[in-house]
Each structure stands twice: as structure tokens, then as C-alpha cells.
Design a protein around this ligand. Structure first.
Ligand SMILES: N[C@@H](CCC(=O)N[C@@H](CS)C(=O)NCC(=O)O)C(=O)O
Length: 260
């Protein structure tokens, strides 16, 4: 069914995402950058917003090959157009040599990726937008403070402990990676998500790092950061600074950090 894979493999990948923020698109970029895979980053074009909006336009019903999309990030590869970040990761992993093409590992890695994205991306976004994404942060600041406190004190350590348990488990293997004793895409997902969460809640994350209960998690984060291609990417102009996206820093959302 569908296009022969070989035809697509020769085609360049194109990522369509919002300009000016790392966001969900950044997780996809990190995969390309680690593996030295060429890609077109539509967020860098002058028509970036137009490209994103054209996908969610209410008149867009897709085409003969692809159903319509709800939101960015969107990945184009030949005639195939897909969205939903975890779905994009699932598609790219075997093609970039960052995960198996079949077998139990596909689903184990997907479950780890989904959990990391739940905890360190989706829930982080909800700390500053607990009521509605369509409303300004300033209009939901009181709720954001309450939500952030619960996130910092209950959810964040629960997710950190989960990742540490994955690392402590037999399936993680040797070497400090999350699964199967070698680097896979979930290690890169974790890197970007921890990086963003550290930006959003620096005091809180430092407290958890110093606490020593999640040493494996922070060690993995440091190891990815030092990989040659990632290091070069982080120092390049291609890496977008954090701004008003998913990972935002509002000091008031952790101002009581450290108080008894
Ligand atoms: N579950 C989707 C969420 C997609 C999403 O919320 N994208 C954001 C940007 S990061 C967006 O453009 N949302 C517009 C909207 O929800 O109306 C995914 O993982 O890709």
C-alpha cells in the first residue's frame, strides 16, 4: 500500500513549524542534527507562519495522498505529509538509525517517548497555560502559580523518578542510555525535554539535580549535550533561543522554591 519506501528515502525531509521558538519542532531538529541528516527547516523561511497556518486552515481537507492536519509540527517526506510529534518520531527513528523498524522495541521506545513528552513538554506547557491556550498568560497567572507548584512538587519528581527507573531497569542495558544499551531517539527526546524544563524551572531542576536521586537522568542529559553533532548544533545559529513557546521562564512560577 502507498508509495514504495525507496522513492521517499532519496527525498529531503522538510519540517514545518512555528518560527522563533524551539517548541515541539525542536525535538525533530535534534534528531536530524545528531544524525547529520540534511533537512529543510521551513521555520527559517519568510513564509514560515503562512506554511504552518495553511495546514490548520479550515478549508484544508488534505489531498489524494494525505488527510488534513490539526497542528504543527508537520513533516514532509516526498509525497508523505504527517503530523503529531510522536508519530513523526516513530516514522523517523528507523530511517535515521535511532530505533528499530519492527518488533517490541518500536512500542517500548514509543511508550518512553510519549511519557517523556507528557511530563516534560505537555505538562510544562500547562503550567503557564492551565486554563486556555487562547488566553494570555497574564490572564491565568493565579492558576498558573497553583499549577506550577503542583507540577514542581508532585508531577516533576514523579516523571524524573520514572525516567530514573527506566535507566535502572534491565532493558536499559549498559552505557547509561534509556533502552537497549545504545543511543536511540528517546535519549534525544529526553535531552530536549530536560533542557526546556531546566529553562522553565531552573531553581527547581537544580534542586532535583543536587538531590542526587536522579543522577542517571542528569548524566544522560549531559552526555547528549556533549555529543559532537549536538554540541556543534547548540553553538550554531540554527538553534533557536527559548522564548514565548512551550518552555517559558516566568520567575514567579517558582519564586517560592526553596521556602519551607
Ligand atoms: N499533540 C500534538 C500537539 C500539536 C500542537 O499543539 N502544536 C502547537 C504548536 S507546538 C500548535 O500549533 N497548536 C495549535 C492549536 O492547537 O490550535 C503534537 O504532539 O504534535
Amino acid at each position: 500500500m502507498g508509495e514504495p519506501e525507496a522513492k521517499r528515502i532519496k527525498t529531503e525531509y522538510e519540517l514545518v513549524y512555528w518560527p522563533g521558538i524551539p517548541g515541539r519542532g525542536e525535538v525533530v531538529r535534534v534528531l536530524f542534527e545528531e544524525t547529520g541528516t540534511p533537512y529543510i527547516d521551513a521555520a527559517k523561511s519568510k513564509k514560515a507562519v503562512e506554511a504552518v497556518c495553511s495546514f490548520s486552515d479550515l478549508k484544508n481537507v488534505g489531498d489524494e495522498t494525505n488527510p488534513p492536519k490539526f497542528a504543527a509540527p508537520v513533516l514532509k517526506h516526498g509525497e508523505l505529509v504527517i503530523n503529531q510529534l510522536p508519530n513523526i518520531l516513530l516514522y523517523l527513528a528507523p530511517k535515521l538509525g535511532l530505533g528499530p523498524a519492527s518488533g517490541d522495541g518500536v512500542y517500548h521506545l514509543n511508550e518512553i517517548a510519549l511519557t517523556i513528552l507528557d511530563g516534560f513538554l505537555n505538562e510544562v506547557h500547562e503550567t503557564h497555560h492551565p486554563i486556555a491556550t487562547s488566553q494570555y498568560y497574564e490572564d491565568q497567572k493565579d492558576e498558573a502559580k497553583k499549577r506550577s507548584k503542583a507540577f514542581r512538587e508532585e508531577r516533576l519528581p514523579k516523571y524524573l523518578a520514572y525516567v530514573q527507573r527506566v535507566l535502572d531497569g534491565k532493558k536499559s542495558g549498559e552505557g547509561g542510555w534509556l533502552y537497549g544499551g545504545e543511543l536511540t531517539y528517546v535519549d534525544l527526546v529526553l535531552f530536549q525535554c530536560i533542557d526546556g524544563t531546566k529553562y522553565a524551572f531552573p531553581k527547581t531542576m537544580e534542586k532535583y539535580r543536587e538531590g542526587g536521586k536522579y543522577d542517571g537522568v542528569f548524566k544522560l542529559y549531559d552526555a547528549v549535550k556533549e555529543r559532537p553533532n549536538i554540541k556543534a548544533y547548540l553553538e550554531s545559529e540554527r538553534r533557536v533561543d527559548y522564548a514565548e513557546g512551550i518552555w517559558r521562564h516566568y520567575p514567579e512560577l517558582e519564586e517560592d522554591e526553596g521556602e519551607k
